[in-house]
Design a protein around this ligand. Structure first.
Ligand code: DAV
Length: 375
């Protein structure tokens, strides 16, 4: 039997990864976790149902090409088994009329060392998304005697898990930013809720973004579940829609982080990085003024890169500013076209879930100063 699953961070040499698929992807109907979040002038307002086939095919072509490039760089690639996402989700607690996609495995699956956790996601439309990865996880379980397969406590997602009328189109951008600064998000603390993509793994330390998709109760769960790891709660007040940490705060190698300049980590949360000689630099400006059509994410997908090892990174091929910055920071860049895949769930980091990276659980933050982020 072989060792298949091992990954403690986003920068050690990548050997095995899951790359998502766009097949059957849908735009889900509004629900308490998302309603009114789509900007009032967006073409996605009020629209839901299967995404146009032509866009699915284009996205899959770019996902397949990413898989090919990874293969050429010595990385084993697995693919999920998409469901027919155009079907309702019905539980004793709620009903919603469609699911979404399995293009971004990073949202659903969190790898911590020999373990993969199926996340406790807050969107009702994503309730069954982990099923697309079950054939892979089952195979890892059969073949790797050390693989630990975990499902976080399943949320019920009843109405009390959300603040109602949180998304109100009359609320101005300033008010949204004020809410983010006050850590006032759409989810309540009724139950444990998190997306895997809100968790930044740096060896013994997990930095978890408190935002629209992850609550404080999730951090408490991580703290109890992983007593040997240190859990940090971070938040980025400049982001009006804080969803996922991977277009905000991205590690390139030990000691180096790029941070979205519109969403800087507040001073009082930086101590732990400063005390351990980690450098946080502003990420380059995105090359595009707008995201592509029917895309949920912001232009900051520009910094959502996939690090292959301490010297090599895959960037989106049109993100010229980000690629130039990577070069200046001493990284070799592999450009891969990926904008056709963005609308389905994000960029290169979103579309990939770690299975195996060489290396173990290092302590990158031995100087544990008095730290406001520590949960
Ligand atoms: O900036 O829209 C996208 C993150 C996707 N995982 C943003 C965040």
């Amino acid at each position: 039997m072989a060792k298949i699953v091992n990954s403690w961070n986003d920068f050690d040499p990548l050997k095995h990864v899951i790359v998502g698929l766009a097949d059957h992807s849908c735009i889900p109907p509004e629900e308490p976790a998302t309603s009114e979040k789509v900007p009032i002038d967006s073409e996605m307002r009020g629209m839901w149902g299967p995404r146009p086939l032509e866009t699915v095919e284009k996205a899959n072509a770019q996902l397949d090409n990413l898989a090919k490039v990874l293969g050429e760089n010595g990385v084993t690639v697995d693919r999920p088994s998409p469901l027919q996402w155009n079907a309702p989700v019905i539980t004793p607690d709620f009903r919603t009329d469609s699911m979404m996609t399995c293009m971004p495995p990073r949202d659903t699956l969190l790898t911590i060392g020999p373990e993969i956790i199926e996340a406790a996601m807050s969107f009702r439309c994503r309730f069954w998304e982990y099923l697309a990865f079950r054939p892979l996880l089952n195979r890892y379980f059969n073949e790797d005697p050390e693989f630990i397969w975990t499902q976080a406590p399943r949320p019920r997602l009843t109405d009390i898990s959300y603040k109602h009328n949180y998304y109100d189109e009359r609320i101005s951008l300033e008010e949204r930013l004020e809410r983010t600064a006050n850590k006032d998000f759409v989810t309540t603390e009724e139950e444990i809720l998190f997306d895997a993509a809100d968790v930044l793994r740096i060896g013994k330390d997990l930095f978890i973004q408190h935002g629209l998709t992850t609550n404080r109760k999730a951090m408490e769960w991580f703290k109890r579940r992983y007593p040997d790891l240190r859990i940090h709660a971070v938040n980025f007040p400049g982001d009006p829609y804080p969803i996922h940490i991977d277009a905000t705060f991205v590690t390139l190698r030990p000691g180096l982080i790029i941070n979205n300049p519109q969403r800087r980590l507040p001073e009082d949360q930086r101590k732990i990085f400063e005390a351990n000689d980690w450098q946080i630099v502003d990420a380059a400006q995105p090359a595009h003024k707008n995201p592509p059509p029917l895309c949920y994410s912001s232009v900051w997908l520009s910094m959502n890169c996939l690090v292959l090892d301490h010297k090599t990174v895959i960037c989106e091929a049109s993100e010229v500013n980000q690629m130039e910055q990577m070069d200046k920071l001493g990284m070799n860049v592999i450009p891969v076209p990926f904008r056709d895949a963005y609308p389905f769930g994000g960029a290169l980091h979103c579309a990939t879930a770690d299975v195996y990276r060489e290396g173990g659980c290092e302590d990158y933050f031995p100087n544990q100063v008095e730290d406001v982020t520590r949960v």
